[in-house]
Design a protein around this ligand. Structure first.
Ligand SMILES: [Zn+2]
Ligand SMILES: [Zn+2]
Length: 392
């Protein structure tokens, strides 16, 4: 199947930048290492630039501007806009417009700019090499961002910022270090490592979010699209490897929701909030997440049971399973809804301690009812044979 849009013209600027920089890195990094050597300062700058440009995209372009998952103070916005430009993945406006289209039309080959259904290569970087239909200059879905002066400033001075942050600053740092300490054989070590090598690695690490995170991993929250959770990919994508969670709950400022999930972007935003630099960190209520996980795991078990016992949709046994499924969903929804009401009820000072106590008991009963329905459905889903299923 030919998935290319026939009249898509080559984007020569993107093509030349994305192919020449890896080539230059492959040549210059070993050449410089052998002939001049890298100082520890060069390496420190490399890792710092990896972190700042990576989070410029993930904490800035992605979670702040595209999804508004938290509010950032002006210094943080300026910081993210600068490092986001250094990452050289287009302006905040263009990047966010593409990303919002990705979420709205995920896997739609015409409307999702980097649809994974077009293949790994296309979603990784093929989509920026040509002027495809899905990736247009249409900025109508980022009107809110156009009101932000920092976003507009960054868009206006994007090219000078790219040159300044990728070339001028690394050369200056190398020069300043050598002048101050006298160490190092040349001033260009920072440029080669934190400029060139970081530029290439950071590009491909963040590109993995659109490609690999839609191909490899599990789907614990939903199977409505190709997004996947993958802890290994999170190590390279600044925490964005938990992509199935993100596609299911895009408003959440976290991608890895457990404390041990490797999500440096989440930790960075949290750290800012402790210093008053970020606020209104949005989190999906725990029970909402539990509901998605429960429904998803039960649906998978149900599909396996139908396959294992060779049940057709019209089978009365299927109806029995569906009934149990619906009862579980109903009792879970009831418990969650009442939990929200209880939260508001407790905040109401006009309610007595006894009233709150009795509401808490009602909630406990709803929780028990939900657990009983879940156990009942599991018993049905784990039935070893048709006879056993009939007997449940
Ligand atoms: Zn997103
Ligand atoms: Zn995605």
């Amino acid at each position: 199947m030919n998935l290319d849009i026939p009249d898509a013209k080559q984007d020569w600027l993107n093509t030349s930048v994305l192919f020449s920089t890896p080539l230059l890195a492959v040549i210059f990094v070993p050449y410089y290492w052998i002939n001049f050597g890298f100082t520890s300062f060069d390496w420190i700058c490399f890792f710092v630039f990896m972190y700042t440009t990576g989070t410029g995209i993930t904490a800035g372009y992605h979670r702040l501007w595209s999804h508004k998952a938290y509010n950032a103070s002006t210094p943080v916005k300026l910081w993210l806009a600068y490092w986001g430009a250094c990452a050289t993945q287009n302006s905040i406006l263009k990047w966010s417009a593409d990303h919002r289209r990705h979420h709205k039309n995920v896997d739609d080959n015409e409307k999702d700019p980097y649809s994974a259904k077009r293949g790994f290569w296309y979603s990784h970087m093929g989509w920026v090499l040509k002027h495809y239909q899905g990736s247009t200059a249409d900025l109508s879905n980022v009107n809110d961002l156009k009101k932000d002066p920092i976003v507009n400033f960054q868009a206006k001075f994007y090219v000078p910022l790219v040159i300044f942050s990728n070339i001028v600053v690394p050369i200056f740092l190398g020069w300043a270090y050598k002048s101050y300490t006298g160490h190092g054989n040349s001033i260009y070590g920072v440029l080669v490592l934190a400029g060139l090598l970081r530029f290439v690695l950071n590009h491909h690490f963040t590109f993995l979010i659109n490609s690999a995170c839609h191909f490899f991993g599990s789907q614990p929250y939903a199977s409505k699209d190709t997004s996947r959770d993958n802890w290994f990919l999170a190590l390279f994508t600044y925490g964005e490897g938990y992509h199935n969670f993100h596609h299911t709950f895009q408003a959440d400022y976290r991608n890895g929701i457990k404390w041990y999930h490797f999500d440096p972007t989440k930790w960075t935003i949290k750290l800012w909030s402790w210093f008053g630099l970020a606020s209104n960190l949005k989190m999906i209520p725990e029970k909402q997440i539990m509901k998605a996980v429960t429904l998803q795991s039960m649906t998978k078990k149900k599909e396996k049971l139908y396959q294992r016992l060779n049940l057709a949709d019209e089978n009365t046994l299927c109806q029995k399973v569906e009934n149990c499924f619906n009862e579980l969903t109903h009792s879970m929804n009831e418990w969650i809804e009442e939990s929200h009401k209880y939260f508001r009820f407790c905040k109401d000072d006009s309610k007595s301690h006894e009233e709150k106590q009795s509401y808490a008991e009602k909630l406990e009963d709803l929780k028990k009812a939900f657990e009983a329905k879940k156990a009942q459905l599991l018993e049905v889903l784990n039935a070893p044979s048709i006879n056993a299923l009939e007997a449940v």
